[in-house]
Ligand binder design. Structure first.
Ligand SMILES: C[S@@+](CC[C@H](N)C(=O)[O-])C[C@H]1O[C@@H](n2cnc3c(N)ncnc32)[C@H](O)[C@@H]1O
Length: 275
């Protein structure tokens, strides 16, 4: 665990590859509509630019080698992630570049990008407000931020042999306190964006549920979370490792059971840097 990447071990684990693979399949089909809306709005804001594309480009911060534009892409979460991503997506040539960097000091000049994207990161790092300010710094005036801001109070399961809500409550409070992170960052995103003076703030939700997303995909995301997180949950919260395994297995069996319903509301925030 490092101060500014407290989930470093979990981020580098094989289970994180599976987590992001499942999340890409579950989330991107709905999320891409929000990104397309920002792309069109960004183009419309450039007088005289008639083509539907971004002028200065898009920046995905803390991508970890993940490319949402390609559903199911395999990710690697260690220092060579950018090298692997470069190799894998070489066919995009100079249109797509990868750099390894610190999200608190993004290696880009002020006002560089039309659209700055940060997915699945802000809940996992301390001082999210500093990172959002850094995302704003590298976005041009009039440009947009697109953020997936996870919130672990927005997972809904039926009460079965166990009530998964009890585990998520402990995790959002105790795990977050132990790692100096905000696992409920989703509900705070609008306030953080407002405090930074951003405009045109929107808040949408990708709904990962057993109606919209294949049960196998949803279940594989929960399996990957279980495999990656039961150890730190056991160490950092009042839920033991064995209890955490039992809670995850309860959730997985609910998601796999065609008679039952479960949902994860994934907040998607966007905002515009004032001109
Ligand atoms: C859950 S992954 C999300 C990856 C990717 N954005 C996606 O949408 O699939 C979080 C990523 O944030 C990276 N990360 C965490 N703390 C960081 C920091 N301080 N600076 C840069 N990257 C960081 C991790 O290494 C990991 O690749």
């Amino acid at each position: 665990m490092t101060d500014l990447n407290p989930q470093a071990e979990q981020m580098a684990a094989e289970s994180m590859v599976r987590t992001l693979e499942a999340q890409t399949l579950a989330i991107w089909p709905q999320e891409q509509l929000a990104v397309q809306t920002l792309c069109v709005a960004g183009v419309a804001s450039h007088a005289g630019d008639s083509r539907c594309r971004l002028r200065n480009g898009r920046r995905d911060v803390a991508s970890g080698g993940a490319i949402p534009a390609r559903a199911g892409a395999r990710h690697r979460h260690h220092r060579c992630a950018s090298a692997r991503a470069r190799e894998r997506f070489a066919r995009f040539g100079s249109r797509l570049t990868f750099e390894h960097g610190d999200i608190y000091a993004i290696p880009a000049a002020d006002r560089s990008f039309d659209l700055t994207v940060c997915r699945h990161v802000l809940h996992a790092i301390p001082h999210a407000e500093r990172v959002i300010a850094e995302l704003v710094r590298v976005t041009r005036p009039g440009g947009y931020l697109h953020l997936i801001v996870e919130d672990y109070g927005m997972l809904y399961f039926e009460r079965g042999a166990l009530d998964p809500e009890l585990m998520w409550r402990a995790v959002t409070h105790e795990f977050a306190r132990a790692t100096s992170t905000d696992l409920s960052i989703g509900r705070h995103a609008v306030g953080l964006l407002t405090a930074l003076g951003l405009r045109d703030i929107t808040m949408d939700y990708v709904v990962v549920d057993t109606v919209r997303v294949p049960r196998a995909t949803f279940a594989s995301m929960l399996e990957a979370w279980r495999d990656g997180f039961v150890d730190p949950i056991g160490e950092m919260t009042s839920i033991s490792r064995d209890q955490a395994v039992a809670y995850f297995n309860e959730m997985i069996s609910q998601v796999r059971d065609p008679r039952r319903y479960a949902a994860w509301m994934v907040p998607v925030a966007s905002a515009r840097r004032p001109v």
